[in-house]
Ligand binder design. Structure first.
Ligand code: SF4
Ligand code: SF4
Ligand code: F3S
Length: 411
């Protein structure tokens, strides 16, 4: 369906959508999708963060939104995040909504350029607004590695944050610096919360984040009187980041059975076995990828046959590389932790847990093989010796920092 968008010309979002050709049915469908995103979280935490709002409530509340001021900065980044939000597959209601919500200033999609664009930013910065940031902030050498209109990205961010009523860092770059901040971090790249310290930051993590999660986070704020969603220890909205990939992964039965892909074209790969030994970081990664999926719910990395790289986790370029190796052997504790508690220690904790789990599975399977004298293929391709599975060194849980890195960042 091709929608005709002339900018924000009508009083409310719903009226502008109708003018663009978005039917009520299509808008309700879009809001149903948002409700599903909100409902995706909270299963483990049981908190109100999941916001089990009915689609009709979201449609009524979001639809009656009057023109919000939104500043959408793109700093040191690759444009992948806005592409994720806007190009998730054809022209969708989501595209139209995001276009309408970012009319004030968004370098990638606004018509204005040069002095006119700078003026638009100056004007909206004077008003209360929602600030969305893609990209990291280079801090070395006076910030010369990313300038906009002659100003450093840091200054642009500080100016835009001053009157912001809510700030979203969208994408791994804006959240933690991502690939630019990877060792040796030549530009001194940092995330938004390293620069703006006097306001809560919502970290919409991922490289890029799922488009629906970006939209849902903006929609959450607009449908909750600008209140922020519940956040985890890393500042991520719990509704989208409280579930571990590993726990919702359709390949999980193969992990439990010790059936691993060893090369990308082996029989295990063709049979959809577990990608853990191809370096999958799903056991240490919190994201709703298996549930919400990508590209209009077409698929997601693990379903497509590629291991999860852990792109929603802090400093994944440094901590999770080499990407195609199993998790490092780091001391840790039990396997079932919520994202809220794991925070920065996720890799070590879950790496060890996976090792324990895999080893226990192998032992069980090995015992069962002896009893049943079944061929290995019937139970998986692992010989139970754990040649590539890390042998966890378990230490006392008391040695681990399980306390949230931050709390009370939002209500
Ligand atoms: Fe690009 Fe990833 Fe950074 Fe988004 S988070 S701007 S997709 S590198
Ligand atoms: Fe799925 Fe990866 Fe876990 Fe295997 S290790 S079950 S592929 S998330
Ligand atoms: Fe990222 Fe892993 Fe999802 S790499 S896109 S969190 S499957």
């Amino acid at each position: 369906m091709a929608y005709q968008l002339d900018g924000w010309t009508e009083p409310t979002l719903r009226e502008n959508l109708a003018k663009a050709g978005v039917s009520r049915r299509a808008f309700l469908g879009f809001c149903g999708g948002l409700a599903a995103v909100f409902a995706a979280g909270g299963l483990e935490t049981g908190q109100a963060a999941a916001s089990p709002l009915p689609a009709k409530f979201i449609a009524d509340t979001l639809g009656s939104t009057t023109k919000p001021n939104v500043v959408w900065l793109q700093l040191q980044e690759c444009t992948g995040c806005i592409e994720s939000a806007l190009r998730s597959g054809g022209t969708t209601v989501e595209d139209v909504v995001l276009n309408l919500l970012s009319v004030n200033y968004n370098e990638a999609i606004m018509a204005a350029a040069g002095a006119a664009a700078n003026k638009a930013l100056e004007d909206v910065n004077k008003e209360p607004h929602i600030l969305v940031v893609n990209g990291s902030i280079p801090t070395k050498d006076g910030g010369i590695y990313c300038t906009i209109g002659g100003q450093s990205a840091e200054q642009v961010l500080r100016d835009a944050a001053e009157n912001a009523v809510a700030i979203l860092a969208v994408g791994a770059c804006a959240v933690w610096g991502s690939v630019q901040a990877a060792n040796p971090n030549p530009t001194g790249a940092v995330g938004v919360d390293q620069i703006i310290r006097n306001k809560p930051i919502i970290n919409v993590a991922g490289c890029p984040p799922i488009g629906e999660v970006i939209t849902a986070t903006v929609a959450y704020i607009l449908t909750h009187d600008l209140a922020l969603p519940k956040l985890d220890a890393e500042g991520r909205p719990l509704f989208a980041y409280d579930q571990r990939i590993h726990d919702s992964c359709p390949r999980r039965p193969h992990f439990d059975a010790g059936q691993y892909v060893r090369t990308f074209d082996d029989e295990g790969a063709r049979n959809g076995w577990c990608l853990y030994k191809m370096g999958c970081k799903g056991p240490s990664t919190f994201s709703a990828c298996p549930i919400i999926q990508w590209n209009l719910h077409t698929s997601w990395p693990v379903e497509a046959g590629h291991p999860c790289l852990g792109c929603t986790e802090k400093d994944f370029w440094d901590r999770f590389t080499p990407f195609y190796h199993v998790l490092p052997n780091v001391a840790g504790t039990g396997v079932e932790h919520s994202a809220e508690l794991i925070g920065w220690g996720a890799v070590g904790i879950t790496a060890a847990a996976v090792g324990v789990h895999a080893a226990a599975t192998a032992v069980r399977r090995s015992a069962s093989r002896k009893v049943e004298e079944a061929p290995l293929a019937a139970f998986g391709d692992d010989d139970g010796l754990g040649d590539e599975t890390p042998s966890p060194k378990i230490t006392s849980p008391a040695t681990l920092d399980e306390s949230p890195k931050s709390s009370g960042k939002a209500e």
